[in-house]
Design a binder for this molecule. Sequence first.
Ligand code: 0RQ
Length: 503
Amino acid sequence: ASGRIRSAAFATKVMSAEEAVGFIHPADTVAISGFGGAGTPKAVVPALAERIRETRATGSNFTINLLTGASVTSQTEKLLTEVDGIALRMPYQAESTARKKINDGRMDYVDIHLSHVAQQVWEGYYGKVDVAVVEIAGITEDGELIPSSSIGNNKTWLDVADKVILEVNSWVPAEMEGMHDVYYGTALPPNRTPIQLTRVEDRIGQPTFRVDPAKVIAVVETHGRDGANPLTPSDGVSQAIAGHVLDFFAHEVRAGRLPADSLLPLQAGIGNVANAVLGGLDRGGYKGLTCYSEVIQDSMLRLVKDGTVAHASATALALSEEGIEELTANIDFYREHIILRPQEISNHPEIVRRLGVIAMNGMLEADIYGNVNSTHVMGTKIMNGIGGSGDFARNGYVSMFLSPSTARGGTISAIVPMVPHVDHTEHDTQVIVTEHGLADLRGLSPRRRAHLIIENCAHPEYRPMLHDYFKRAEAQPGAGQTPHLLGEAFGFHQRYLETGSMR
Ligand code: 0RQ
Protein backbone atom coordinates (compact mmCIF):
# COMPACT_ATOMS: atom_id res chain seq x y z
CA ALA A 1 0.00 0.00 0.00
CA SER A 2 1.23 3.47 -0.89
CA GLY A 3 -0.24 5.39 2.05
CA ARG A 4 -2.24 7.49 -0.42
CA ILE A 5 -5.59 6.14 0.80
CA ARG A 6 -6.10 8.04 4.04
CA SER A 7 -9.79 7.13 4.43
CA ALA A 8 -10.56 3.80 6.06
CA ALA A 9 -13.89 3.54 4.24
CA PHE A 10 -12.12 3.53 0.88
CA ALA A 11 -9.28 1.29 1.99
CA THR A 12 -11.72 -1.61 2.29
CA LYS A 13 -12.55 -1.31 -1.42
CA VAL A 14 -9.07 -1.95 -2.74
CA MET A 15 -8.92 -4.70 -5.34
CA SER A 16 -7.05 -5.62 -8.50
CA ALA A 17 -7.81 -4.04 -11.86
CA GLU A 18 -8.90 -7.46 -13.15
CA GLU A 19 -11.50 -7.70 -10.39
CA ALA A 20 -12.62 -4.10 -10.89
CA VAL A 21 -13.40 -4.52 -14.59
CA GLY A 22 -15.93 -7.18 -13.60
CA PHE A 23 -18.19 -4.18 -12.88
CA ILE A 24 -18.06 -3.00 -16.50
CA HIS A 25 -20.57 -4.64 -18.80
CA PRO A 26 -21.14 -4.79 -22.56
CA ALA A 27 -22.91 -1.67 -23.93
CA ASP A 28 -21.98 0.38 -20.86
CA THR A 29 -21.13 4.03 -21.22
CA VAL A 30 -17.76 4.40 -19.55
CA ALA A 31 -16.29 7.81 -18.72
CA ILE A 32 -12.60 7.82 -17.99
CA SER A 33 -10.14 10.40 -16.75
CA GLY A 34 -7.36 11.69 -18.94
CA PHE A 35 -6.47 14.76 -20.89
CA GLY A 36 -3.67 14.44 -23.40
CA GLY A 37 -0.94 12.30 -21.91
CA ALA A 38 -1.93 13.14 -18.34
CA GLY A 39 -4.07 11.31 -15.83
CA THR A 40 -5.40 8.43 -17.92
CA PRO A 41 -6.20 5.32 -15.83
CA LYS A 42 -3.14 3.07 -16.04
CA ALA A 43 -4.45 -0.33 -14.89
CA VAL A 44 -8.19 -0.60 -15.46
CA VAL A 45 -8.11 0.19 -19.19
CA PRO A 46 -5.61 -2.56 -20.09
CA ALA A 47 -7.59 -4.99 -17.89
CA LEU A 48 -10.81 -3.94 -19.62
CA ALA A 49 -9.26 -4.43 -23.07
CA GLU A 50 -8.20 -7.91 -22.01
CA ARG A 51 -11.68 -8.70 -20.72
CA ILE A 52 -13.19 -7.51 -24.00
CA ARG A 53 -10.72 -9.64 -25.96
CA GLU A 54 -11.56 -12.72 -23.90
CA THR A 55 -15.28 -12.14 -24.25
CA ARG A 56 -14.94 -11.74 -28.00
CA ALA A 57 -12.97 -14.99 -28.16
CA THR A 58 -16.07 -16.77 -26.86
CA GLY A 59 -18.08 -15.34 -29.75
CA SER A 60 -19.91 -12.66 -27.71
CA ASN A 61 -19.95 -8.98 -28.49
CA PHE A 62 -18.47 -6.41 -26.09
CA THR A 63 -18.30 -2.73 -26.86
CA ILE A 64 -18.53 0.34 -24.69
CA ASN A 65 -19.20 3.99 -25.36
CA LEU A 66 -16.10 5.85 -24.26
CA LEU A 67 -16.18 9.40 -22.89
CA THR A 68 -12.98 11.22 -21.92
CA GLY A 69 -11.63 14.70 -21.22
CA ALA A 70 -9.82 15.04 -24.52
CA SER A 71 -7.32 12.71 -26.11
CA VAL A 72 -5.97 9.98 -23.85
CA THR A 73 -2.62 8.22 -24.17
CA SER A 74 -2.10 6.48 -27.52
CA GLN A 75 -1.68 3.24 -25.63
CA THR A 76 -5.16 3.56 -24.11
CA GLU A 77 -6.79 4.49 -27.39
CA LYS A 78 -5.00 1.68 -29.21
CA LEU A 79 -5.73 -1.07 -26.68
CA LEU A 80 -9.46 -0.46 -26.78
CA THR A 81 -9.61 0.13 -30.52
CA GLU A 82 -7.63 -2.96 -31.42
CA VAL A 83 -10.07 -5.24 -29.60
CA ASP A 84 -12.99 -3.46 -31.34
CA GLY A 85 -14.04 -2.33 -27.89
CA ILE A 86 -15.43 1.11 -28.68
CA ALA A 87 -18.83 1.70 -30.29
CA LEU A 88 -18.88 5.45 -29.72
CA ARG A 89 -16.06 7.82 -28.85
CA MET A 90 -16.40 11.39 -27.55
CA PRO A 91 -15.05 14.16 -27.55
CA TYR A 92 -11.48 14.09 -28.96
CA GLN A 93 -8.86 11.61 -30.14
CA ALA A 94 -5.44 11.98 -31.68
CA GLU A 95 -4.34 8.42 -32.39
CA SER A 96 -3.84 6.62 -35.68
CA THR A 97 -5.64 3.30 -34.93
CA ALA A 98 -8.73 5.07 -33.67
CA ARG A 99 -8.56 7.61 -36.49
CA LYS A 100 -8.51 4.86 -39.09
CA LYS A 101 -11.45 3.03 -37.56
CA ILE A 102 -13.45 6.24 -37.40
CA ASN A 103 -12.65 7.13 -41.00
CA ASP A 104 -13.52 3.59 -42.14
CA GLY A 105 -16.97 4.15 -40.64
CA ARG A 106 -16.45 1.40 -38.04
CA MET A 107 -16.47 3.60 -34.93
CA ASP A 108 -18.85 6.45 -34.17
CA TYR A 109 -17.05 9.61 -33.18
CA VAL A 110 -18.70 12.74 -31.87
CA ASP A 111 -16.37 15.71 -32.17
CA ILE A 112 -17.54 18.52 -29.88
CA HIS A 113 -16.18 21.63 -28.20
CA LEU A 114 -14.38 20.58 -25.03
CA SER A 115 -16.25 23.17 -22.98
CA HIS A 116 -19.52 21.49 -23.97
CA VAL A 117 -18.74 17.97 -22.81
CA ALA A 118 -19.74 18.24 -19.15
CA GLN A 119 -22.95 20.13 -19.82
CA GLN A 120 -24.03 17.85 -22.67
CA VAL A 121 -23.54 14.81 -20.47
CA TRP A 122 -25.57 16.49 -17.71
CA GLU A 123 -28.22 17.29 -20.29
CA GLY A 124 -28.42 13.58 -21.04
CA TYR A 125 -27.38 13.66 -24.70
CA TYR A 126 -25.20 10.60 -24.13
CA GLY A 127 -27.61 8.65 -21.98
CA LYS A 128 -26.65 7.58 -18.52
CA VAL A 129 -23.02 7.09 -17.58
CA ASP A 130 -22.70 3.60 -16.14
CA VAL A 131 -19.14 3.64 -14.87
CA ALA A 132 -16.53 6.32 -14.24
CA VAL A 133 -12.88 5.29 -14.04
CA VAL A 134 -10.89 8.16 -12.58
CA GLU A 135 -7.21 8.39 -11.73
CA ILE A 136 -6.43 10.39 -8.59
CA ALA A 137 -3.34 11.17 -6.55
CA GLY A 138 -4.86 10.15 -3.23
CA ILE A 139 -7.88 10.05 -0.92
CA THR A 140 -8.06 12.33 2.13
CA GLU A 141 -9.14 11.30 5.63
CA ASP A 142 -12.56 12.78 4.84
CA GLY A 143 -12.97 10.77 1.66
CA GLU A 144 -12.29 13.64 -0.72
CA LEU A 145 -10.24 12.88 -3.81
CA ILE A 146 -6.95 14.59 -4.64
CA PRO A 147 -6.80 15.13 -8.40
CA SER A 148 -4.03 13.77 -10.58
CA SER A 149 -2.04 15.47 -13.35
CA SER A 150 -5.17 16.37 -15.30
CA ILE A 151 -8.69 17.31 -14.28
CA GLY A 152 -10.60 17.30 -17.57
CA ASN A 153 -14.18 16.20 -16.92
CA ASN A 154 -13.44 14.17 -13.79
CA LYS A 155 -15.68 16.23 -11.54
CA THR A 156 -18.59 15.56 -13.85
CA TRP A 157 -17.77 11.87 -14.30
CA LEU A 158 -17.74 11.42 -10.50
CA ASP A 159 -21.03 13.29 -10.18
CA VAL A 160 -23.00 11.58 -12.93
CA ALA A 161 -21.76 7.96 -13.02
CA ASP A 162 -23.77 5.19 -11.38
CA LYS A 163 -20.58 3.39 -10.34
CA VAL A 164 -17.10 4.73 -9.74
CA ILE A 165 -13.76 2.96 -10.00
CA LEU A 166 -10.84 4.96 -8.58
CA GLU A 167 -7.23 4.44 -9.54
CA VAL A 168 -4.91 5.85 -6.90
CA ASN A 169 -1.61 6.47 -8.66
CA SER A 170 1.35 6.88 -6.30
CA TRP A 171 3.57 8.01 -9.20
CA VAL A 172 1.76 11.38 -9.25
CA PRO A 173 3.74 13.73 -6.97
CA ALA A 174 1.89 13.83 -3.62
CA GLU A 175 2.97 17.45 -3.33
CA MET A 176 0.57 18.37 -6.14
CA GLU A 177 -2.13 18.44 -3.47
CA GLY A 178 -3.40 22.01 -3.39
CA MET A 179 -2.57 22.83 -7.01
CA HIS A 180 -6.10 22.13 -8.24
CA ASP A 181 -9.18 24.30 -8.16
CA VAL A 182 -12.37 22.29 -8.63
CA TYR A 183 -15.39 24.53 -9.12
CA TYR A 184 -18.75 23.19 -7.98
CA GLY A 185 -20.92 26.13 -9.01
CA THR A 186 -22.03 25.16 -12.51
CA ALA A 187 -25.71 24.40 -13.00
CA LEU A 188 -27.98 23.91 -15.97
CA PRO A 189 -30.29 26.66 -17.23
CA PRO A 190 -32.38 28.27 -15.89
CA ASN A 191 -30.33 28.05 -12.69
CA ARG A 192 -26.98 29.29 -13.96
CA THR A 193 -25.17 32.06 -12.16
CA PRO A 194 -22.06 34.03 -13.14
CA ILE A 195 -18.73 32.30 -12.61
CA GLN A 196 -16.77 34.62 -10.35
CA LEU A 197 -13.38 34.20 -11.94
CA THR A 198 -12.03 37.57 -12.99
CA ARG A 199 -8.26 36.99 -12.94
CA VAL A 200 -6.22 34.01 -14.12
CA GLU A 201 -4.94 33.31 -10.60
CA ASP A 202 -8.36 33.33 -8.91
CA ARG A 203 -9.31 30.25 -6.96
CA ILE A 204 -13.07 29.81 -6.96
CA GLY A 205 -13.47 26.18 -5.93
CA GLN A 206 -11.87 23.56 -3.74
CA PRO A 207 -8.65 21.53 -4.11
CA THR A 208 -10.39 18.14 -4.15
CA PHE A 209 -13.24 16.26 -5.84
CA ARG A 210 -16.24 15.06 -3.89
CA VAL A 211 -17.67 11.64 -4.46
CA ASP A 212 -20.57 9.73 -2.97
CA PRO A 213 -18.72 6.86 -1.25
CA ALA A 214 -21.67 4.54 -1.85
CA LYS A 215 -21.00 4.74 -5.60
CA VAL A 216 -17.35 3.79 -5.29
CA ILE A 217 -17.27 0.10 -6.10
CA ALA A 218 -13.53 -0.36 -6.44
CA VAL A 219 -10.23 1.29 -5.61
CA VAL A 220 -7.21 0.15 -7.58
CA GLU A 221 -3.68 1.11 -6.59
CA THR A 222 -1.20 1.90 -9.34
CA HIS A 223 2.23 3.37 -9.82
CA GLY A 224 2.48 4.37 -13.45
CA ARG A 225 3.92 7.34 -15.24
CA ASP A 226 1.96 9.53 -17.63
CA GLY A 227 2.49 9.11 -21.37
CA ALA A 228 5.58 11.24 -21.79
CA ASN A 229 5.26 13.96 -24.32
CA PRO A 230 8.33 13.82 -26.60
CA LEU A 231 9.69 17.27 -27.28
CA THR A 232 10.20 18.27 -30.87
CA PRO A 233 12.93 20.88 -31.26
CA SER A 234 11.38 23.85 -32.98
CA ASP A 235 12.29 24.20 -36.65
CA GLY A 236 12.81 27.22 -38.87
CA VAL A 237 9.18 27.33 -39.97
CA SER A 238 7.86 27.36 -36.40
CA GLN A 239 10.40 29.99 -35.43
CA ALA A 240 9.34 32.18 -38.33
CA ILE A 241 5.68 31.85 -37.35
CA ALA A 242 6.55 32.66 -33.75
CA GLY A 243 8.51 35.70 -34.91
CA HIS A 244 5.44 37.10 -36.71
CA VAL A 245 3.28 36.50 -33.65
CA LEU A 246 5.75 38.29 -31.38
CA ASP A 247 5.96 41.23 -33.79
CA PHE A 248 2.18 41.36 -33.76
CA PHE A 249 2.11 41.56 -29.96
CA ALA A 250 4.57 44.46 -30.07
CA HIS A 251 2.40 46.17 -32.69
CA GLU A 252 -0.71 45.74 -30.55
CA VAL A 253 1.10 47.18 -27.54
CA ARG A 254 2.09 50.24 -29.61
CA ALA A 255 -1.52 50.58 -30.76
CA GLY A 256 -2.61 50.64 -27.11
CA ARG A 257 -4.67 47.48 -27.42
CA LEU A 258 -2.50 45.27 -25.18
CA PRO A 259 -0.81 46.12 -21.87
CA ALA A 260 2.92 46.55 -22.46
CA ASP A 261 4.39 44.22 -19.84
CA SER A 262 1.78 41.59 -19.35
CA LEU A 263 -0.26 41.54 -22.60
CA LEU A 264 -3.49 39.60 -21.97
CA PRO A 265 -3.87 35.95 -20.92
CA LEU A 266 -2.40 33.67 -23.55
CA GLN A 267 -3.82 30.41 -24.83
CA ALA A 268 -1.62 28.30 -27.05
CA GLY A 269 -2.31 24.94 -28.63
CA ILE A 270 0.24 22.20 -28.31
CA GLY A 271 3.02 21.29 -30.71
CA ASN A 272 5.92 22.85 -32.46
CA VAL A 273 4.51 26.23 -33.28
CA ALA A 274 3.01 26.88 -29.84
CA ASN A 275 6.30 25.85 -28.25
CA ALA A 276 8.21 28.26 -30.47
CA VAL A 277 5.85 31.14 -29.62
CA LEU A 278 6.10 30.45 -25.89
CA GLY A 279 9.85 30.00 -26.23
CA GLY A 280 10.16 33.46 -27.78
CA LEU A 281 8.26 35.24 -25.01
CA ASP A 282 11.17 35.42 -22.58
CA ARG A 283 13.17 37.23 -25.24
CA GLY A 284 10.37 39.78 -25.69
CA GLY A 285 11.10 41.49 -22.38
CA TYR A 286 7.71 40.59 -20.92
CA LYS A 287 7.20 40.19 -17.21
CA GLY A 288 4.20 38.92 -15.34
CA LEU A 289 2.42 37.38 -18.32
CA THR A 290 -0.51 35.08 -17.67
CA CYS A 291 -1.78 32.01 -19.48
CA TYR A 292 -5.34 30.75 -19.54
CA SER A 293 -5.11 27.60 -21.56
CA GLU A 294 -5.77 23.87 -21.73
CA VAL A 295 -2.36 22.41 -21.06
CA ILE A 296 0.92 23.32 -19.39
CA GLN A 297 3.96 22.33 -21.43
CA ASP A 298 7.66 22.26 -20.51
CA SER A 299 8.23 25.64 -22.13
CA MET A 300 5.68 27.07 -19.70
CA LEU A 301 7.57 25.83 -16.65
CA ARG A 302 10.65 27.69 -17.81
CA LEU A 303 8.67 30.90 -18.27
CA VAL A 304 7.08 30.56 -14.85
CA LYS A 305 10.46 29.93 -13.28
CA ASP A 306 12.09 33.07 -14.70
CA GLY A 307 9.09 35.27 -13.95
CA THR A 308 8.09 35.87 -17.54
CA VAL A 309 4.80 34.17 -16.70
CA ALA A 310 3.30 34.99 -13.31
CA HIS A 311 0.31 32.66 -13.39
CA ALA A 312 -0.76 29.81 -15.63
CA SER A 313 -4.14 28.10 -15.53
CA ALA A 314 -5.00 24.93 -17.46
CA THR A 315 -6.82 21.64 -17.11
CA ALA A 316 -3.84 19.33 -17.62
CA LEU A 317 -0.11 19.03 -17.49
CA ALA A 318 1.59 18.00 -20.73
CA LEU A 319 5.11 17.58 -19.43
CA SER A 320 8.03 15.45 -20.54
CA GLU A 321 9.84 13.30 -18.00
CA GLU A 322 12.28 16.13 -17.38
CA GLY A 323 9.33 18.48 -16.99
CA ILE A 324 7.76 16.28 -14.32
CA GLU A 325 11.11 16.13 -12.51
CA GLU A 326 11.43 19.90 -12.60
CA LEU A 327 7.88 20.34 -11.32
CA THR A 328 8.37 17.86 -8.48
CA ALA A 329 11.73 19.29 -7.44
CA ASN A 330 10.27 22.79 -7.11
CA ILE A 331 6.66 21.95 -6.36
CA ASP A 332 6.20 24.53 -3.60
CA PHE A 333 7.12 27.26 -6.06
CA TYR A 334 5.03 25.97 -8.95
CA ARG A 335 1.98 25.37 -6.76
CA GLU A 336 1.85 29.15 -6.24
CA HIS A 337 1.86 29.84 -9.97
CA ILE A 338 0.02 26.99 -11.68
CA ILE A 339 -3.66 26.09 -11.27
CA LEU A 340 -5.42 23.08 -12.77
CA ARG A 341 -9.19 23.37 -13.28
CA PRO A 342 -12.05 21.36 -14.76
CA GLN A 343 -12.13 21.77 -18.54
CA GLU A 344 -15.58 23.35 -18.41
CA ILE A 345 -13.83 26.20 -16.57
CA SER A 346 -10.46 26.24 -18.39
CA ASN A 347 -12.37 26.50 -21.67
CA HIS A 348 -15.43 28.39 -20.50
CA PRO A 349 -16.69 30.92 -23.07
CA GLU A 350 -17.81 33.31 -20.32
CA ILE A 351 -14.35 33.38 -18.77
CA VAL A 352 -12.38 33.38 -22.01
CA ARG A 353 -14.42 36.40 -23.13
CA ARG A 354 -14.12 38.18 -19.78
CA LEU A 355 -10.37 37.70 -19.43
CA GLY A 356 -9.73 38.72 -23.03
CA VAL A 357 -7.70 35.66 -23.91
CA ILE A 358 -5.30 35.79 -26.86
CA ALA A 359 -6.15 32.53 -28.63
CA MET A 360 -3.48 30.85 -30.75
CA ASN A 361 -4.39 27.55 -32.35
CA GLY A 362 -3.15 25.36 -35.15
CA MET A 363 -5.14 24.64 -38.29
CA LEU A 364 -5.03 22.33 -41.27
CA GLU A 365 -6.05 25.01 -43.75
CA ALA A 366 -7.75 28.38 -44.12
CA ASP A 367 -9.51 29.76 -47.12
CA ILE A 368 -8.95 33.13 -48.73
CA TYR A 369 -11.78 34.63 -46.66
CA GLY A 370 -10.61 33.29 -43.28
CA ASN A 371 -12.78 30.22 -42.74
CA VAL A 372 -10.67 27.59 -41.00
CA ASN A 373 -10.59 23.80 -41.19
CA SER A 374 -8.89 22.28 -38.13
CA THR A 375 -10.22 18.76 -38.30
CA HIS A 376 -10.97 17.16 -41.67
CA VAL A 377 -8.23 16.26 -44.16
CA MET A 378 -9.55 17.00 -47.66
CA GLY A 379 -12.88 17.78 -46.02
CA THR A 380 -13.73 14.17 -45.18
CA LYS A 381 -11.18 12.36 -43.04
CA ILE A 382 -10.97 13.31 -39.37
CA MET A 383 -7.53 14.21 -38.10
CA ASN A 384 -8.01 14.77 -34.35
CA GLY A 385 -11.01 16.90 -33.52
CA ILE A 386 -11.95 20.48 -32.74
CA GLY A 387 -10.79 20.13 -29.14
CA GLY A 388 -10.71 23.43 -27.33
CA SER A 389 -9.85 25.51 -30.35
CA GLY A 390 -13.42 26.72 -30.86
CA ASP A 391 -13.93 27.57 -27.21
CA PHE A 392 -10.98 29.94 -27.37
CA ALA A 393 -11.25 31.16 -30.96
CA ARG A 394 -14.87 32.27 -30.82
CA ASN A 395 -14.51 33.99 -27.48
CA GLY A 396 -10.95 35.29 -27.48
CA TYR A 397 -9.92 38.94 -27.51
CA VAL A 398 -7.80 38.17 -30.53
CA SER A 399 -8.22 34.85 -32.32
CA MET A 400 -5.17 33.66 -34.22
CA PHE A 401 -4.66 30.58 -36.35
CA LEU A 402 -1.12 29.47 -37.03
CA SER A 403 0.18 26.96 -39.57
CA PRO A 404 3.01 26.25 -41.97
CA SER A 405 1.92 27.52 -45.42
CA THR A 406 2.19 24.04 -46.93
CA ALA A 407 1.95 20.42 -45.80
CA ARG A 408 3.25 17.09 -47.08
CA GLY A 409 6.35 18.36 -48.79
CA GLY A 410 4.64 21.33 -50.40
CA THR A 411 1.99 19.26 -52.20
CA ILE A 412 -0.74 20.79 -50.05
CA SER A 413 -1.34 24.51 -49.68
CA ALA A 414 -2.68 25.55 -46.28
CA ILE A 415 -4.37 28.48 -48.01
CA VAL A 416 -7.12 27.34 -50.38
CA PRO A 417 -9.99 28.97 -52.27
CA MET A 418 -12.67 27.43 -50.05
CA VAL A 419 -12.24 25.10 -47.09
CA PRO A 420 -14.14 21.82 -47.60
CA HIS A 421 -14.95 21.64 -43.87
CA VAL A 422 -15.46 24.58 -41.53
CA ASP A 423 -14.58 24.50 -37.84
CA HIS A 424 -14.01 28.22 -37.34
CA THR A 425 -15.93 30.59 -39.53
CA GLU A 426 -14.64 33.83 -41.02
CA HIS A 427 -16.36 35.54 -38.08
CA ASP A 428 -14.19 33.71 -35.54
CA THR A 429 -10.85 34.17 -37.27
CA GLN A 430 -9.05 37.44 -36.81
CA VAL A 431 -5.43 36.76 -37.56
CA ILE A 432 -3.82 34.11 -39.77
CA VAL A 433 -0.11 33.41 -39.56
CA THR A 434 2.24 31.26 -41.61
CA GLU A 435 6.01 31.35 -41.91
CA HIS A 436 5.58 33.87 -44.75
CA GLY A 437 3.69 36.44 -42.73
CA LEU A 438 0.65 37.51 -40.83
CA ALA A 439 -2.74 38.63 -42.11
CA ASP A 440 -4.63 40.85 -39.68
CA LEU A 441 -8.23 40.46 -40.83
CA ARG A 442 -9.88 42.64 -38.21
CA GLY A 443 -12.13 45.27 -39.70
CA LEU A 444 -11.77 44.04 -43.27
CA SER A 445 -14.46 43.02 -45.73
CA PRO A 446 -14.12 39.58 -47.38
CA ARG A 447 -12.61 40.90 -50.62
CA ARG A 448 -9.92 42.79 -48.73
CA ARG A 449 -9.24 39.80 -46.54
CA ALA A 450 -8.68 37.61 -49.59
CA HIS A 451 -6.00 39.87 -50.96
CA LEU A 452 -4.16 40.04 -47.64
CA ILE A 453 -4.29 36.32 -46.87
CA ILE A 454 -2.95 35.40 -50.31
CA GLU A 455 -0.18 38.01 -50.25
CA ASN A 456 0.93 37.60 -46.65
CA CYS A 457 0.29 33.96 -45.82
CA ALA A 458 0.17 31.72 -48.90
CA HIS A 459 3.33 30.01 -50.08
CA PRO A 460 4.78 32.00 -53.02
CA GLU A 461 4.35 28.98 -55.25
CA TYR A 462 0.57 28.96 -54.69
CA ARG A 463 0.02 32.73 -54.74
CA PRO A 464 -0.50 33.08 -58.52
CA MET A 465 -3.11 30.28 -58.54
CA LEU A 466 -4.98 31.83 -55.63
CA HIS A 467 -4.85 35.33 -57.09
CA ASP A 468 -6.09 33.94 -60.41
CA TYR A 469 -9.01 32.18 -58.67
CA PHE A 470 -9.97 35.29 -56.74
CA LYS A 471 -9.70 37.61 -59.76
CA ARG A 472 -11.90 35.41 -61.90
CA ALA A 473 -14.41 34.98 -59.06
CA GLU A 474 -14.52 38.74 -58.50
CA ALA A 475 -14.91 39.45 -62.23
CA GLN A 476 -18.13 37.45 -62.53
CA PRO A 477 -21.32 39.45 -62.97
CA GLY A 478 -23.07 39.51 -59.58
CA ALA A 479 -19.92 38.29 -57.82
CA GLY A 480 -21.43 39.13 -54.45
CA GLN A 481 -20.05 39.90 -51.02
CA THR A 482 -17.79 36.84 -50.98
CA PRO A 483 -16.91 35.94 -54.57
CA HIS A 484 -16.47 32.28 -55.46
CA LEU A 485 -16.39 30.07 -58.55
CA LEU A 486 -18.60 27.35 -57.12
CA GLY A 487 -17.66 24.77 -59.74
CA GLU A 488 -14.00 25.30 -58.98
CA ALA A 489 -13.94 26.16 -55.29
CA PHE A 490 -12.61 22.73 -54.31
CA GLY A 491 -10.34 22.46 -57.35
CA PHE A 492 -7.18 22.44 -55.23
CA HIS A 493 -8.49 19.50 -53.18
CA GLN A 494 -9.80 17.59 -56.19
CA ARG A 495 -6.44 17.97 -57.90
CA TYR A 496 -4.67 16.66 -54.80
CA LEU A 497 -6.94 13.62 -54.65
CA GLU A 498 -6.40 12.90 -58.35
CA THR A 499 -2.69 13.70 -58.72
CA GLY A 500 -1.21 13.77 -55.22
CA SER A 501 -0.53 17.48 -55.42
CA MET A 502 -2.45 20.75 -55.34
CA ARG A 503 0.10 22.31 -57.68
O1 0RQ B 1 0.60 15.15 -40.71
O2 0RQ B 1 1.66 14.06 -38.82
O3 0RQ B 1 1.11 12.80 -40.91
O4 0RQ B 1 2.95 14.52 -40.90
O5 0RQ B 1 -1.40 17.37 -40.25
O6 0RQ B 1 0.40 19.07 -38.94
O7 0RQ B 1 1.78 21.08 -39.30
O8 0RQ B 1 2.52 19.32 -37.63
O9 0RQ B 1 0.57 20.88 -37.21
O10 0RQ B 1 0.67 19.42 -35.12
O11 0RQ B 1 -0.09 21.84 -35.10
O12 0RQ B 1 -1.49 20.05 -36.12
C1 0RQ B 1 -4.87 21.27 -36.96
C2 0RQ B 1 -4.04 18.94 -36.72
C3 0RQ B 1 -2.43 20.86 -36.72
C4 0RQ B 1 -3.91 20.54 -34.76
C5 0RQ B 1 -3.84 20.40 -36.31
C6 0RQ B 1 -0.99 17.33 -41.61
C7 0RQ B 1 0.52 17.39 -41.57
C8 0RQ B 1 0.78 16.53 -40.35
C9 0RQ B 1 0.00 17.88 -38.34
P1 0RQ B 1 1.67 14.04 -40.31
P2 0RQ B 1 1.43 20.09 -38.28
P3 0RQ B 1 -0.02 20.54 -35.78
C10 0RQ B 1 -5.58 22.98 -28.32
C11 0RQ B 1 -6.65 23.32 -29.22
C12 0RQ B 1 -7.47 21.04 -33.41
C13 0RQ B 1 -7.47 20.93 -31.93
C14 0RQ B 1 -7.01 22.18 -31.27
C15 0RQ B 1 -5.28 20.18 -34.21
C16 0RQ B 1 -0.36 16.85 -39.42
O13 0RQ B 1 -3.61 21.85 -34.40
O14 0RQ B 1 -5.60 19.01 -34.03
O15 0RQ B 1 -6.67 23.18 -31.86
N1 0RQ B 1 -6.13 21.21 -33.94
N2 0RQ B 1 -7.02 22.15 -29.98
O16 0RQ B 1 1.06 16.87 -42.73
C17 0RQ B 1 -3.82 17.66 -44.96
C18 0RQ B 1 -3.66 19.97 -44.69
C19 0RQ B 1 -2.75 19.74 -43.63
C20 0RQ B 1 -2.44 18.42 -43.30
C21 0RQ B 1 -1.36 19.77 -41.98
N3 0RQ B 1 -4.02 21.20 -45.05
N4 0RQ B 1 -4.17 18.90 -45.32
N5 0RQ B 1 -2.98 17.38 -43.95
N6 0RQ B 1 -1.57 18.49 -42.29
N7 0RQ B 1 -2.06 20.56 -42.80
C22 0RQ B 1 -5.67 23.96 -27.19
C23 0RQ B 1 -4.69 23.77 -26.10
O17 0RQ B 1 -4.55 24.59 -25.30
C24 0RQ B 1 -3.90 22.49 -26.05
